[in-house]
Design a protein around this ligand. Structure first.
Ligand code: PBG
Length: 304
C-alpha cells in the first residue's frame, strides 16, 4: 500500500448563485457554500497544496417536481464548471449527478404525480417512482455537465440502470472521454445529516432507505458494484467510508477496480484533530480506496 498523498484526495464544494457569497454551514465547521466567483478563487489555490480534483454540488434557485434546474444549460453546476474551466488549468472537475437538491420533495427520484403523501411511513417508499423519467433526468444532468466541461460525472441517485443510461447519452453526444464515477455502494446512513443541511436536501416525507443500501446487506452492495462496472463505470465508490472499511476492503478484493471512498459530512463533523483525521484517511486507503473524497482535503493536504 502507498501512503496517502494530496493527489489522492478530492475536495467537495457547494455552489450557490449570486456574487461574493460565502455562507458558513453551521453543521460543517470551516465549510461554506460559495458563489461562483469565490469558488473559482478558492479552487485556484488548491494546486499549490497538491490537490487536483474537486467534486461539485449545486444549490438551485428554485426546486420543482422535475428537478429542471439540474439539467438546465444555465444550471448552477454547469455555470460553475464553465467558470472554473475558463480560469483554472489542470484541475479535474467531478460533478455530482442527482436530483435531491433540485426536487421540491427532496428525493433522488422523479415521483409519479398524485401519490405524494406526507402519510408515507418512514422507510416505506410507497409513492410511485417514475423510473424512466428519473433515468432520463439523470442522463440529461450528466450530459449538461459534460457540455459545460466536466471531466467526470458522478451519479449518486442509487437508481438501477443510471450508469448505463449516462454512458449511452454521453457516447451518443461525443463525450466518450468523460468518465463516470459511480456511487455504487451507497448505504442508508445517519452520517449524511450535515450534508443535507448544507444542500437543503432533507426529504420532505418518507426517507431514502427505500433506495439507499441496507448497511447489513454487503452482498447486495457488492452486486451493485459489479453491475455498475458492467454498465460502464470507470471508478466505483463506497459511501460512507469510516464505518464501512470492511466494504471498501471487500469491493477492492473482489473487483480490483479503481475505487473511491467518500468520507462523508457526518464523519467530517465529528473529527477535528489532525492526527485522528490522518489515521482515519490512511485506514480508508489501507482498506483499498484509491482516492478519498473528503471535506478535510484542503486543510489536511499540507500534513501529508
Ligand atoms: C445524495 C448525496 C448524499 C451525499 C452526497 N450526495 C447523501 C444523501 O443525502 O443521501 C452525502 C455526502 C455527505 O454526507 O457528505 N445525492
Amino acid at each position: 500500500m502507498n501512503k496517502l498523498k494530496p493527489a489522492d484526495l478530492v475536495m467537495p464544494y457547494f455552489v450557490i448563485s449570486g456574487k461574493a457569497r460565502r455562507e458558513p454551514i453551521f453543521t460543517m465547521p470551516g465549510i461554506c457554500r460559495l458563489s461562483i466567483d469565490n469558488l473559482v478563487r478558492e479552487v485556484s489555490g488548491l494546486k499549490e497544496k497538491g490537490i487536483d480534483k474537486i467534486l461539485l454540488f449545486g444549490l438551485p434557485e428554485r426546486k420543482d417536481p422535475y428537478a429542471s434546474e439540474a439539467y438546465a444549460e444555465s444550471g448552477i453546476v454547469s455555470q460553475a464548471v464553465r467558470a472554473i474551466k475558463a480560469k483554472v488549468r489542470r484541475l479535474t472537475v467531478i460533478t455530482d449527478v442527482c436530483l435531491c437538491a433540485y426536487t421540491e420533495h427532496g428525493h433522488c427520484r422523479i415521483l409519479k404525480s398524485g401519490v405524494r403523501s406526507s402519510a408515507v411511513p418512514a422507510g416505506r417508499q410507497e409513492f410511485g417512482v417514475d423510473k424512466k423519467g428519473t433515468l432520463e433526468a439523470l442522463a440529461r444532468i450528466a450530459l449538461s455537465h459534460a457540455r459545460a466541461g466536466a471531466d467526470i460525472v458522478a451519479p449518486s441517485a442509487v437508481m438501477d440502470g443510471q450508469v448505463g443510461a449516462i454512458r449511452k447519452i454521453l457516447d451518443k453526444n461525443g463525450f466518450k472521454k468523460v468518465k463516470i464515477l459511480a456511487y455504487s455502494a451507497k448505504f442508508a446512513s445517519a452520517f449524511y445529516g450535515p450534508f443535507r443541511e448544507a444542500l437543503d436536501s432533507e426529504p420532505q416525507f418518507g426517507d431514502r432507505r427505500g433506495y439507499q443500501l441496507d448497511p447489513f446487506d454487503v452482498k447486495k452492495a457488492l452486486a451493485r458494484v459489479g453491475r455498475e462496472i458492467r454498465e460502464g463505470a470507470d471508478m466505483v465508490m463506497v459511501k460512507p467510508a469510516l464505518a464501512y472499511l470492511d466494504v471498501i476492503y471487500q469491493v477492492k478484493q473482489k473487483y480490483k477496480f479503481p475505487l473511491a471512498a467518500y468520507n462523508v459530512s457526518g464523519e467530517f463533523a465529528m473529527m477535528r484533530d489532525k492526527k485522528l483525521i490522518l489515521e482515519s484517511l490512511n485506514a480508508m486507503r489501507r482498506a483499498g480506496a484509491d482516492i478519498i473524497i473528503t471535506y478535510h482535503a484542503k486543510e489536511i493536504a499540507k500534513a501529508l
